[in-house]
Write a protein that binds this ligand. Structure first.
Ligand code: PG9
Length: 624
């Protein structure tokens, strides 16, 4: 029974002394269908981690679903309701129906947990001389859970997206035997090559807000102040990313200091590239690596780790899933991605029909209705999931060059010699989405990779090449490459290459899609790294150089009536910091006078056979 406050009972409730706040407030939860426990779990070095355990009432022998997060464990169950289904976040509702115990933990140093926080803390070793990392923290947590959650069947599945996918991947480097299954969802794996921080060395300024939000406080810090409503203008005014950081006090932030002194792919980045570390310590835990096909934050990690495990012969327990999703959309509703409409809710269907049955196989000894496919990738053009027994990965031998031609043509045959030039002016960089823009507008950020490119295709600093209207389908399965031969009057420069599906001029079913230029695969490459990611070098002005880089994976069909387009440009602002186009040792700290206009010439034919290399297949290799 709940004690009646002594002050209240005095003098018929007229007395108003003492505190109106009871020493301990207790909610009457007898009729709730779950019990929520908040515990501090001790790690091997004595540091305690704040953990929330939510157990359905009457649970007996249920598995535990563990998510380790730097984003506040309270967030996952913060609503107040007597029903477990109503308090968990959307991604977990189907798991409630299936019967799970939920465990959410703040990682070391964040929110309610003790200890020091280090951004994506490297595994113990030369870069982490302590006696703990997120592998040991996960191990100690699981060990405690199996000994202390009496309603469990002592089996644990680990899940989480992005940073939380990184924590899953870290746990897999030395998993506790009770971890029976795992799903790193859009895991952050290599922050330099193609996950959050950089893409092939080009810095993603959207992270500047993240640095203060994540590392200025134990809880959530502020994003940086804004002087104008338009981030295109704000970042132009700041000059360089480094100047933005200095103006906003980032010298106090250790992670920023480390990152900004390692702009190249040196030992700092190589030493924490988690795909390489995973392959050196592969686990036997059944694992589903998954990500979105248009994942605007962590497009690199899942596919590269899976391919590396495949190369190591570890395919049997590692599955690959790529959905038609933006970053982490797997955990929400996914009936559409921007204007692209799918059949049903591709995320909820996937969770219900693939992900949970996969976990149940190992956590509940329940056979799935259908065996979990080795590889499952959505085909956005045909609007269905495809199952594959294997996936080609970056097999260059199967790539078909689609050559850039004169007169803005594009064809599967060698081009005649020639070049197309444009002036790239750092004072007027090409926006990545229409201005005015704000990084914080999530719907625009989440869908920027599918934005209709017509908003820039008439700019003089964006060159478009396109095929005639296709009369036959062109089917592509795998990772394309950009292979651009170019010269510049500058001594550094960036290259952005987009593979675009140009819709027919009219689309009866969805008129707004008439003529739409849909980017299917695009990326940016910082020219100074064309010879070596670790050791940048100035571009010799006026000399043709080759810029060859892998683009994001496709499972796609360019249909008859459509065209394939390739666009090339030098800026994608303010998402990517501007390349000054004159070589400086560290672009973070380029000075105003370093930013120079450059004339960039894209070569075709014998002067440089620029192309995109497409993994064309004659027919689908999906399991029918
Ligand atoms: N993409 C986010 C992130 C992960 C890791 C480091 C920095 C950012 C995320 O959504 O968690």
């Amino acid at each position: 029974s709940l004690a009646v406050s002594a002050a209240w009972s005095q003098n018929g409730g007229l007395v108003q002394t003492g505190s109106d706040i009871p020493a301990k407030w207790q909610k009457p939860e007898a009729d709730y269908d779950y019990v929520k426990r908040e515990v501090m779990i001790p790690m091997r070095d004595g540091v305690k981690l704040h953990t929330i355990i939510v157990v359905p009432k009457g649970a007996d022998h249920l598995p535990m679903l563990l998510e380790r997060t730097p984003y506040d464990a309270n967030f996952f169950t913060e609503k107040d309701s007597p029903h477990l289904r109503d308090i968990v976040w959307a991604a977990n509702r189907e798991w409630v129906d299936d019967g799970y115990i939920f465990v959410y933990q703040d990682i070391r140093g964040k929110y309610g947990s003790e200890g020091d926080y280090v951004m994506t803390r490297p595994p113990m070793g030369p870069m982490n001389p302590t006696k703990t990392d997120d592998t040991t923290d996960a191990w100690d947590t699981v060990d405690w859970l199996v000994k202390n959650v009496s309603e469990s069947n002592q089996r644990v599945g680990m899940i989480g997206s992005s940073y939380d996918g990184w924590t899953v991947t870290m746990a897999l480097l030395g998993p506790h035997p009770a971890v029976k299954v795992a799903a790193p969802e859009s895991p952050m794996i290599d922050g330099w090559m193609g996950d959050d921080w950089f893409h092939y060395g080009a810095f993603r300024q959207v992270n500047l807000d993240y640095f203060t939000e994540q590392t200025s406080k134990t809880g959530k810090g502020d994003s940086g102040p804004r002087w104008s409503a338009d981030d295109y203008q704000n970042f132009l005014d700041a000059g360089s990313a480094g100047n933005w950081a200095i103006e906003n006090g980032f010298q106090q932030l250790s992670f920023w200091n480390r990152l900004s002194t390692h702009p190249a792919y040196d030992a700092f980045w190589q030493g924490q590239a988690l795909d390489k570390i995973t392959v050196a310590h592969p686990s036997t835990v059944p694992t589903m690596w998954l990500q979105g096909l248009w994942d605007q934050e962590d497009m690199y990690g899942a596919i590269h780790t899976w391919e590396a495990l495949k190369a190591k012969g570890m395919i049997a327990n590692n599955h690959l899933v790529m959905g038609p999703w933006y970053h982490s959309q797997v955990n929400g509703a996914a009936e559409n991605l921007g204007p692209l409409k799918w059949k049903g809710d591709t995320a909820a269907d996937f969770r219900r029909n693939v992900l949970i049955p996969f976990f149940d196989t190992y956590l509940k000894d329940r056979k799935p209705a259908e065996p979990t496919p080795q590889v499952l990738i959505y085909n956005p053009a045909e609007n269905h999931w495809d199952k594959f027994s294997d996936w080609p990965g970056a097999t260059e031998q199967h790539l078909t060059p689609l050559y850039l031609q004169s007169n803005n043509g594009l064809a599967f045959r060698a081009a005649s010699a020639g070049e197309d030039s444009y002036v790239s002016d750092p004072a007027k960089p090409v926006p990545f989405i229409e201005v005015p823009l704000q990084f914080s507008t999530h719907p625009r950020w989440a869908t920027w990779l599918v934005q209709d490119q017509r908003f820039v295709s008439t700019r003089t600093d964006v060159i478009s090449y396109q095929t005639p209207i296709l009369t036959e389908p062109v089917r592509v399965e795998g990772a394309p490459f950009a292979d651009i031969f170019a010269k510049t009057t500058g001594t550094d420069g960036d290259f952005i290459v987009k593979i675009i599906d140009v819709y027919p001029p009219t689309v009866a079913e969805q008129p707004e899609m008439g003529g739409y230029q849909l980017p299917v695969s695009m990326d940016i490459f910082r020219g100074r790294y064309r010879k070596s990611f670790a050791e940048p070098s100035a571009i010799p002005a006026g000399e043709v150089q080759e810029y060859k880089f892998r683009l994001p994976t496709m499972n796609y069909v360019f249909k008859p009536g459509h065209r394939i387009m390739v666009q090339v440009q030098s800026t994608l602002f303010p998402l990517y910091d501007r390349n000054p186009q004159s070589y400086v040792p560290n672009i973070f700290f380029a000075q105003p006078q370093d930013y120079q206009k450059a004339t960039v010439s894209i070569e075709h034919g014998s002067s440089g056979a620029s192309a995109v290399l497409l993994p064309v297949v004659p027919a689908s290799t999906a399991i029918q």
